[in-house]
Design a protein around this ligand. Sequence first.
Ligand SMILES: Cc1ncc(COP(=O)(O)O)c(C=O)c1O
Length: 374
Amino acid sequence: MFFVHPQIRFNNLWRAVFSLFKRSDLERLNQNLSEYFPKKQFIFTDMGRSAFKVIIEKFNLQNSEILFPAYICDIFYPILKQYNIKPIFLDIDLETFHIRIDEIKKKITAKTRAILVCHTYGLPADIQEIRKIVGQDISIIEDCAHSFGAECDDSFVGNLGDVSFVSLYKQFPCLRGGLLVCPQDWRISLPKTCFNFRDFISFLNCFSPFAWFFKKFGGKVAPKMIRKEKSLRPTRINRVSLNLFSDFLNDFEKSLKRRKELALFFQEELKKLGFEVQSHEDNIFCYLSVLVHKNLDGKRDEIIQKLRKYRVFCTRMWHTPIILNKQARKEYEINLDEFPNAVEAAKRIINFPLQNYYAKKDIEKIIKAIKKVI
Ligand SMILES: Cc1ncc(COP(=O)(O)O)c(C=O)c1O
């Protein structure tokens, strides 16, 4: 069975179970993280979005304008509303899925205080180029939700902007958790979160048989649970998620190397079948994302549905980016004609399963299933 979200192999079961009980070694973890983000402070939050909320509050971005990717998750919409922030959307490039840098200058207004730059799917965006355009008066917030460990211009992403945040559970099988990477002099204190039933379900979801069971029978329940979380105030990460992250971080570099090799092989096979793949340079492939062939336009959802019969569970991130969220469209009077690429990506995107521990034969099995389906 093949899933997109990080999975734990059964031979790591005891290692994972141990994480439920042990005490976190924060000092060691901070040391490890300093190798990725020298001279920064690390704040662990319950989710990546909470780290973003902390940034808004610290930078006093309430009631301001932020330059925002048109193609990004709509979990940001309630946050923008909560802080009365007006997003100024930027269309994307269809090869990188990044914001189009040439659009930035003409969209800046006197009220623009920050820009959110997302290293989408694990591909580093060009922060230095963006800095040249926005200068020092507009803060660059790096959204590293998909890109922990990606390198660009001799440093890890998250170091070149003014502040950055990561969504840990997208790359590590750690149930939930965000990481705020900020200047050392920020003083932040967040309430504690305890490991709860929902976290336990997420823990089971890291193992294929349970993940299969939840996909088959939990389709309606999970989104409700997640929706409930959107209104919450930022809190700290729970102990189990922190332990799992800390533990899997030890093998991270080795597994990332393997992941990239597999991804390149996977991309080549997908290209042969007519899919358009994301740029690969410096990409760490948190998501192996492709656009379905234009001839198959309109059949994306059917392809994903049929692949499930072969136990290949793809995702469609983001089939409803923020600009397609109905309420957001109304509230910000979004004219979709201004964002043709974001709209097209939303229609054609597929994220294929890729786990660090896959072998070439796993990719071949997935390709075989895709061939049958298309
Ligand atoms: C690009 C991006 N940024 C931020 C987030 C928020 O991360 P989290 O789910 O940890 O709050 C997500 C995912 O939802 C995302 O895909």
